[in-house]
Design a protein. Sequence first.
Length: 498
Amino acid sequence: MLKLKAQFMDFEPGIPIVKLNVEDATDLGLRPHDRIEVTYKKTTKTAYIETTSTMIRLGHIGLRKESRRYGIKEGTVIRIRPARRPESLDIIKKKLDDIELKKEEIDKLIRDIDQNRLTDIELGALVAAIYVHGFSERETINTTKAMVKHGEQMAWDKKCIVDKHSIGGVPGNRTTPIVVAIVAAAGLTIPKTSSRAITSPAGTADTMEVFCDVSFNIRQIKHIVNKTNACLIWGGSLDIAPVDDKLLRAEYPLSLDPEGQVIASVLSKKKSAGSKYVLIDIPLGDGAKVSKIEKARNLAKRFKLVGRKLDMHVECAITKGDGPIGRGIGPVLEAIDIVEILEGKGPKDLREKSIELAALMLKMTGHGDEEKARRILDSGRALKKFNEIIVAQNGDPKKDFQKMLGRYKESICADTSGTIEQISNTAISKIARLAGAPKDKGAGVYLYFKKGQKVNRGEKLFDVYAERKHKLKNALDMVNCCRVYIIGPKENMLIEEI
């Protein structure tokens, strides 16, 4: 064991890292990324080391500033020693060898991830193993249950707790706020936790943050839900299925999305939120996460099976995902679409999809059908409910979103006439992100034409918004080097000449 003096430093949040002087690390036989036990008084934590010959003085240890909550000050003596190798490493190797994991092995694995005993490299190996070899039904069920166990859980007095989730991949697919407003106005309880964007121009939480606060603790969420029947908050502000967030971090660099892990990820969070009825939206089409109908159907079957094992009623909707949904891509632009639809206007595809999804949720709980969902939206009851949720989450329903758009704007026009055959999900997402979305709330893309419509040369196809000039330039460079719209020749009305 080695005694070192504390020295505070800035570290990336969420990753348990300490820094050691190279000579001190060598004395203990440690190398970068090795595990150590860090002890102060009776508190011991496992961390990974980074070494330096300049930033940390000999005899000192670099700690994150948050360590002060344990009573540690600059110069406080900290004891360190090499940590034991986690059993989970052998479990990961077993999965790499395509051997099915037992329940107790999955429990150990999830526990070690929860307690930060695995490095991002080791988590990456686990995600790759699941991606290559898949999860069996037993593994998916046991992983989901273990992820629920290692996190907080919400309990409700009401029986009919509902939720929805889209597996993503389609820009502008911002149905959730509209569906939540319709369903809550119908009298159902929907405590909706959502994610921020990882690779997309906006997640539901990013868009809702334009309207109101999205970070709340469980006590505050219960107050909001009891008052309005719903909430639209960021799940990352809670300790619900926290292992999932750590696995997502490992999936991000290679954009891996293993099917079994997707199911465990989604349903563990729904179960932890106390949901009894869950609707899963599976967009299908070129450029979406699922491009084959057979895969979509198989995924739906697996969601429903695992849901039953968790005592949840899960239904799945396979929806069109071969192009963007709505017109706005980016937080503020998507917020504009949402308000317009709630006010009886807005893009037809987003409106109809929202009504259909809300209708499925009403039907699966025995509370109505599509006619009822449409009536709630058209009557203004959904708008009223949405505004109630915004106010309960410290927001202002009367914001002027046009003033929040990025001040740098460029219009892209059609260079030929014809019919829109395809709009690239991937290209639209990249352009919106290069423009600054979702971090810059007013950045993004606004579409004027959708698939199947006719366009004339010179007409505006879309606008690109940015809050910074150099980001607009980056986005326009992407416009120039990829095919965003595929336009076919004008349709000839003459079928045959005789």
